[in-house]
Ligand binder design. Structure first.
Ligand code: COI
Length: 354
């Protein structure tokens, strides 16, 4: 365990907080007073520094820029009813971070650097946690390669950092989704399950094309047949069909193992709903819709929390949903917020208090 004394902490001389209105916060635009930075070199992690948020000075030959050895996580901190800061399931993100690191041939980050570093940083900037419902402090841990060479090989040097951004809901309204059949996000054997930068870079064009057609995001389908659904935008996806809730399984390695996905599954099961994690074909979705059995469709993610889907377009077939009359997903959404913001008992021990 790294003791506080092992962190080199340099406080900002003046906080930017007073000059900011933490109302109507767009996602990821504002950052707090401090950041965490630690370098990996000669096979070991060096001194962990928490210091004023500032630009980095990087070489133009920085390996990460050229070849994309770069991974990240997304976690949220909330204030409970007593005004105390608490972080939602950060250990799950820590584990997933190192799964991503392994896939990208990067060193793992020790638990005490990730967890203790995050707690110290959030504690220092806890006044930045917005107190408005559905708002949070978004925690962004990330690591990238820092060798200064354009040779294609795993880097010897890396930088692990954490930055914090006060934020509101990522998708503010029910979404219109385009079922993607031209581009793919992930293939078995690829990096779909890793939270690596390239996964997000590769979806810019398909998402922009969907937006030009009037949609908010795409629903990804499998690379071989464009038949089985995968993720939706930056979210995992759930379909309530009849008395079952169905979400794509994680077996093929094409889907990110979402922490919100896992939490929602637990809350659904607690309500005695049958949750099936399995391959779900678009034909089954269309048939269920035609039979009147497709009751609710929603995405889950750290940034997005739970986002309702009001329209799904597959080829020329448009499926519309009466989101205002849904029952299950709005209830799960408010139950999740109530747990995170301390209005409901955290019986699953999801929250790490500072
Ligand atoms: C998250 O939900 O934390 C994500 O990683 C999505 C993000 C890229 C905005």
């Amino acid at each position: 365990m790294i003791a506080s004394a092992d962190f080199k902490i340099t406080r900002a001389e003046r906080s930017k907080l007073n000059s900011m209105a933490l109302e109507n916060l767009p996602f990821g635009k504002y950052f707090t007073d401090h950041m965490l930075e630690v370098d990996y070199e000669d096979g070991e992690w060096k001194t962990v520094e928490i210091k004023p948020y500032q630009p980095l000075l990087l070489s133009p030959s920085l390996a990460a820029i050229h070849y994309g050895q770069s991974i990240f996580e997304g976690i949220k901190a909330y204030k409970n009813q007593e005004g105390k800061a608490q972080i939602f399931r950060p250990l799950e993100n820590f584990k997933r971070f190192n799964i991503s690191a392994e896939r990208m041939e990067m060193p793992s980050v020790p638990e005490d650097i990730f967890m203790e570093g995050m707690k110290q940083l959030v504690k220092l900037d806890e006044n930045w946690i917005p107190k408005k419902p559905d708002h949070a402090l978004y925690i962004r841990p990330f690591m990238f390669s820092t060798d200064e060479t354009i040779g294609v090989k795993p880097s010897n040097k890396y930088k692990f950092m954490i930055i914090l951004s006060p934020t509101g809901p990522y998708y503010s309204a029910p979404m219109r989704i385009y079922v993607e059949e031209k581009y793919v996000r992930a293939v078995p054997g690829g990096v779909g399950y890793a939270k690596t930068a390239g996964n997000y870079g590769a979806v810019m064009l398909p998402t922009a094309e969907a937006k030009r057609k009037g949609y908010d995001q795409v629903l990804w389908t499998d690379a071989f047949e464009h038949k089985y659904v995968q993720e939706c935008g930056t979210m995992n996806i759930f379909f309530i069909i009849g008395n079952k809730v169905i979400t794509p399984d994680l077996n093929s390695g094409t889907i990110l193992a979402g922490v919100t996905r896992d939490s929602v599954i637990q809350l659904l099961q607690e309500r005695n709903l049958i949750v099936e994690e399995r391959g779900l074909g678009i034909d089954e979705i269309v048939s269920a819709y035609k039979e009147g059995n497709l009751l609710e469709v929603f995405g889950t993610g750290t940034a997005a929390t739970i986002s309702m889907i009001k329209e799904l377009r597959y080829k020329d077939f448009v499926m519309n949903f009466d989101v205002d009359n849904w029952k299950i997903s709005p209830e799960i959404k408010s139950q999740m917020s109530d747990i995170k913001e301390g209005r409901l008992n955290d019986k699953y021990d999801w929250l790490v208090k500072l």
